[in-house]
Design a protein around this ligand. Structure first.
Ligand SMILES: [Fe+2]
Ligand SMILES: [Fe+2]
Length: 257
């Protein structure tokens, strides 16, 4: 089975390139399961039901979140209807929505889980290691796929080496910058960060001037999304015989107009 994992979709430019490129990627790589991190889909912070529907229509089978999961309050009214949306297992409050989605893909049971790191992150309810141990104890499937949403590379690598024998895929998200360390470790496909879908000339998808204004002069800002050609970042992973056998980075860019 071939799995496509696409990193944090940031605002309208991220959604634009996702919609343009995803159908072609699914066809080109013969993808059976598409996972998209949507934590920045709604103007850089959070997601709404409308944008969830938009990402699903674009080809996502499962949408993961991160520290911005609940930034749009309206999501709380709809989250129980959004059956293909998962929020980090260890992000407070923990009693809203689901953090693991179990699906049958090509006859195999696959669990996709969202977990947040605790280094440099806020509102974490328990360690990622305890959260993962609980999932492994309670969810019995052929393949565990984890979106590890964290800031610190050492923490992501620690998580990998603790759980590589039980997980088929551990993909890092949150930094928005794709790393070049993709590899298979004891049958587990890993990359420290898959990167984002957002404007190339930006600061993590956000307008450069605005971030500089805020950083140097402390101006109050609105979190303006950058303008310009966007990039799409992801990985394609091959799963067979209850392990990962191949991981390949994907990086596509829009033409500048
Ligand atoms: Fe993000
Ligand atoms: Fe994040």
């Amino acid at each position: 089975m071939n799995v496509l994992f696409i990193g944090d979709v940031v605002g309208r430019p991220g959604r634009r390139i996702l919609k343009a490129k995803l159908p072609g990627l699914i066809k080109q790589y013969d993808i059976d399961l598409t996972i998209v991190n949507g934590e920045n889909a709604a103007h850089g912070k959070g997601i709404t039901k409308k944008l969830y529907d938009e990402l699903i229509r674009a080809g996502a089978d499962v949408i993961t979140l991160g520290n911005h999961a609940f930034s749009k309050r309206e999501l709380l009214d709809d989250i129980n209807e959004l059956s293909h949306l998962i929020r980090p297992a260890n992000l407070q409050p923990t009693d809203i929505g689901q953090s693991t989605k179990v699906m049958t893909v090509k006859g195999y049971k696959v669990a996709i889980s969202s977990i947040m790191g605790e280094v440099f992150m806020n509102n974490v309810s328990e360690s990622p290691y305890d959260a993962m141990a609980y999932i492994l104890d309670t969810v019995d499937v052929d393949y565990h796929i984890v979106d590890f949403h964290g800031e610190a590379t050492a923490e992501k690598q620690t998580f990998l080496h603790l759980f590589k024998k039980q997980c088929a895929v551990i993909v890092g998200t949150h930094t928005h910058v794709q790393t070049a360390d993709e590899a298979i470790f004891d049958g587990c496909a890993y990359i420290s960060d898959v990167g984002m879908c957002g404007v190339i000339e930006s600061i993590l998808g956000r307008d450069v001037e605005e971030v500089i204004d805020r950083t140097l002069y402390g101006h109050r800002t609105h979190y303006t999304i950058a303008n310009g050609p966007a990039m799409l970042n992801g990985v394609v992973i091959k799963l067979e015989h209850q392990m990962a056998t191949h991981i390949q980075r994907i990086h596509l860019e829009e033409e500048s107009s």
